[in-house]
Design a protein around this ligand. Structure first.
Ligand SMILES: *Cc1c(COP(=O)(O)O)cnc(C)c1O
Length: 394
């Protein structure tokens, strides 16, 4: 039996998988087991920012794997030190806690918010989150998530999340009471359909949280690490959080997550309050070190910004050409969405047949999140193919 039939037989049926078995990647290119080539405009859901099989990541991982893979966080290891320093020196944060995924990073942030409420706000434990948000699949993070389809069947949920409409500062104020200890928000909605909030929204949330001594937590699991053309998406809006979570792109496809916090918030965690066995292991941190080096010192963020601008301009041209089908071009940098007047699924499948891997969210939105190393040529190829597909009236 081939991989697809074995996986369908032996792995739990939680994913609607496309009928392709990938065997190799290089940069933005992927190959399947039939020898077909594809251009990757999804990057494993905004993960493989340096592209597939990046030679420096390969070398760093292989060398570290041959030297030391795991000793736990009961001891110090060298690759973790460098990544922590790079993250803190290039963000609002004073300290970082490392873990293994986006959901786990958000769990850490939620636990930190609970401790904050106990210590600073008289036991307050309500956390305001947004409708159409996505924060993960653990019981805590799916309770924080503002989408019924993700919560369905898992009640009773973790209590005291209050969901309000995204992008609406007044709605947050209206929901406020003395039990609120934190606000959790994505600076740009990712799974929620690639939605950019109004300009004053994030600064307004910061001001509100400061005035109430509550924590503002940004979930930058998808938007962070260069994806939007800034190192962190909140830099577009001139508003820093007290706490921020990262994951997806942190180690270019190896599992890594992080909770970053300013000095006051970071004090909430002490020995014994939070932990992970695998978090920030040397191999993963070796990969993360290469990722951060390219983002911070080798111009990858600027490249993402320039290619994102070019890509968005090309998509806007396409929208002008197919006004009935494309209702909106949204997003920042290389996190872009095409809102359609129809189901995105058939177009995504057709693009795949024609050699382009893209995503769909919220049924009618095509999501693009290519590796940040994507080129003008690759963008032109995608846009030309999309133009053809849109003309086919799927
Ligand atoms: C993907 C994602 C998560 C969950 O990350 P996992 O690594 O799948 O647990 C959380 N928040 C946002 C904004 C995401 O895009």
């Amino acid at each position: 039996m081939n991989a697809a039939s074995l996986i369908d037989k032996y792995v739990m049926n939680t994913y609607a998988r496309a009928p392709i078995t990938f065997v190799r990647g290089q940069g933005c290119q992927l190959w399947d087991d039939q020898g077909n080539q594809y251009t990757d405009f999804l990057a494993g859901i905004a993960v493989v920012n340096l592209g597939h099989a990046h030679p420096e990541v390969v070398t760093a991982v292989c060398e570290q794997a041959a030297r030391l893979v795991h000793v736990s966080n009961l001891y110090y290891t060298e690759p973790q030190a460098r990544v922590a320093q790079l993250l803190v020196d290039n963000s609002f944060a004073a300290k970082v806690f490392f873990c293994n995924s986006g959901a786990e990073a958000n769990e850490g942030a939620l636990k930190l918010a609970r401790l904050w409420g106990k210590e600073k706000k008289n036991g307050a434990f309500t956390i305001i989150t947004m409708e159409r948000s996505f924060h993960g699949r653990t019981l805590g993070t799916l309770s924080a998530t503002g989408q019924d389809k993700i919560q369905k069947g898992f009640d009773p949920l973790v209590p005291r999340f209050k969901h309000v409409p995204y992008g609406d500062l007044e709605a947050v104020k209206a929901a406020w009471d003395e039990n609120v200890c934190a606000v959790l928000v994505e600076p740009v909605l990712g799974e929620g359909g690639v939605v950019v909030p109004p300009d004053g929204y994030l600064p307004g949330l910061r001001e509100l949280c400061d005035s109430q001594e509550a924590l503002l937590i940004f979930d930058e699991v998808q938007t962070g690490l260069g994806r939007t053309g800034k190192l962190f998406a909140h830099e577009h809006f001139g508003a820093a959080p007290h706490v921020m979570t990262l994951a997806k792109a942190l180690a270019n496809g190896l599992p890594a997550g992080a909770v970053l916090a300013d000095a006051e918030a970071a004090k909430m965690f002490g020995p014994g309050s939070h932990a992970t066995t695998f978090g920030a292991g040397p191999v993963i941190m070796a990969a993360a070190g290469v990722v951060l080096e390219h983002l911070i010192n080798r111009g990858l963020v600027e490249h993402a910004q320039a290619e994102g601008f070019y890509f968005k301009t090309r998509l806007e041209e396409l929208a002008a050409k197919h006004p009935g089908v494309i209702t909106q071009v949204r997003g920042l940098g290389l996190l872009l969405g095409l809102a359609l007047n129809r189901e995105a699924g058939p177009l995504v499948a057709r693009l795949r047949d024609m050699g382009y891997i893209v995503g769909a969210t919220q049924d009618t939105v095509i999501r693009f999140a290519p590796p940040l190393v994507v080129s003008h040529d690759e963008i032109d190829g995608l846009v030309g193919t999309l133009d053809q597909v849109l003309g086919q009236n799927l």
